[in-house]
Write a protein that binds this ligand. Structure first.
Ligand SMILES: C[S@@+](CC[C@H](N)C(=O)[O-])C[C@H]1O[C@@H](n2cnc3c(N)ncnc32)[C@H](O)[C@@H]1O
Length: 246
């Protein structure tokens, strides 16, 4: 699994270095306009859910990782949107919420955490079942060429401060073509010698497979773009950004 049994410090450090993609907040705000109830799959540390709740939406965030949900709750405390937020521990491959939503959003490459096409299709079906008849599914995933992302060298990413300690963050990408994977290993080294390692398993999903899973679940495509400002999708596009109708 993506993030199981991670301790609070590792989850916090992870959240500090994953602040989203440029332009994604505005894009999701626009995509959710007119939708009162929003379900976010893989809501993580709450970045997007809190943003949307602050804008007036009623947002349910689901994540499989309890430590990230705890961070999200703490982040939301005292925000304008807090009364409109609900956090649930759950698996996006098998949702069974009683209510229906106007939008199901899956920001920031979260679908890449589903390591098989079967899991991806299960998630698409589950998302569709949670939508109102007029509802929409909105997501983005990154696109990458595994051959050009293979990189076995560890790079110093950033130095961050967390609870009075300074942490150097090192990142190592380990991509492969068969299966198409873009795993990442983070090493956090504190100034007092403490060291934490966190590995993320992620799949690279090609456009055909992604759009095929969407269609197989019964969605119809409203728009697909190569970025958050409607850039046309081409071979070089860094993201696949999709809005689909139920
Ligand atoms: C890249 S983060 C995205 C966080 C958040 N959506 C954002 O935009 O900042 C992916 C999240 O998906 C969660 N996740 C991975 N697999 C999951 C699953 N099967 N069900 C629910 N959440 C999952 C992870 O725990 C992580 O918080």
């Amino acid at each position: 699994l993506y993030f199981r049994e991670v301790d609070r410090t590792t989850a916090s450090l992870y959240a500090l270095i994953h602040r989203g993609s440029r332009g994604d907040r505005d894009f999701y705000r626009r995509a959710c306009a007119g939708g009162a109830r929003v379900l976010e799959l893989g809501s993580g540390a709450g970045r997007m859910a809190i943003e949307l709740a602050n804008r007036g939406h009623h947002v349910t965030g689901i994540d499989i990782e309890p430590e990230l949900l705890a961070i999200a709750r703490a982040e939301a405390a005292g925000s304008d949107g807090e009364p409109r937020l609900r956090w649930l521990e759950g698996d996006m491959r098998s949702l069974s919420l009683a209510e229906r939503f106007d939008r199901v959003v899956v920001p920031y490459n979260t679908l890449c955490c589903l390591l098989s096409n079967a899991d991806l299709r299960r998630c698409m079906l589950a998302a569709r079942d949670q939508l109102e008849p007029s509802g929409k599914l909105v997501f983005d995933i990154y696109r990458g060429d595994p051959d050009s992302t293979v990189d076995d060298t560890e790079e110093h990413l950033v130095r961050i401060e967390h609870e009075g300690k300074c942490w150097d963050v090192f990142e190592r990408a380990v991509a492969s073509r068969d299966p198409m994977r873009a795993d990442t290993r983070y090493r956090f080294a504190a100034d007092d010698g403490e060291e934490l390692v966190h590995c993320i398993e992620q799949r690279l999903i090609d456009d055909e497979e992604m759009l095929g899973a969407l269609a197989a679940a019964g969605f119809s495509l409203e728009s697909k773009a190569g970025g958050f400002d409607g850039e046309p999708l081409d071979d070089e596009s860094p993201h696949l950004v999709v809005v689909a109708r139920r």
